[in-house]
Write a protein that binds this ligand. Structure first.
Ligand code: HEC
Length: 117
């Protein structure tokens, strides 16, 4: 039903709307995105979530630990860490979804694994 009437030459075709049509606009778009990319390079999402939730027990430096053990080297899978975070283990209480999402836990594990290489 969407094409039930023919497109005439008077139909607007949205000329010039693509940012890549003009090199200058493409450059502006690129420059606007750079700070976000640079911020991400400084602090990967997994580090941000770790600092927010896990660091108070496992240490600002996850290679050293604190009340909780050092988490680097990280030799567990994401599924295992998720199980520990959600259900707790030994002296560690469960951490609810309201404090850290599953996606953030995966990002934390990816960051810890990256530090373990
Ligand atoms: C309230 C303090 C606390 C917080 C917050 C906390 N942990 Fe823990 N965690 C501990 C303690 C204490 C242990 C040691 C448990 C034991 O073996 O009795 C532990 C153990 C673990 C272990 C098992 C370590 C091993 O090698 O056996 C993992 C993995 C872990 N924590 C991950 C995390 C992650 C990821 C977060 C953040 C989402 C987190 N923890 C937040 C206190 C905490």
């Amino acid at each position: 039903m969407r094409n039930s009437y023919p497109r005439t030459s008077a139909t607007p075709i949205n000329r010039g709307a693509s940012p890549m049509r003009s090199p200058l606009r493409a450059l502006i778009v690129l420059c606007a995105a750079l700070p976000a990319v640079a911020a991400w390079a400084d602090d990967p999402p997994g580090k941000v979530a770790y600092q927010r939730v896990c660091a108070k027990c496992h240490g600002d430096d996850p290679t050293e630990g604190d009340d909780g053990p050092a988490l680097v080297p990280m030799y567990r899978t994401t599924a295992q860490v998720l199980d520990i975070v959600r259900n707790g283990t030994g002296q560690m209480d469960p951490v609810p979804d309201s404090k850290i999402s599953d996606a953030e836990v995966s990002a934390v594990v990816a960051w810890l694994q990256m530090l373990s290489k």
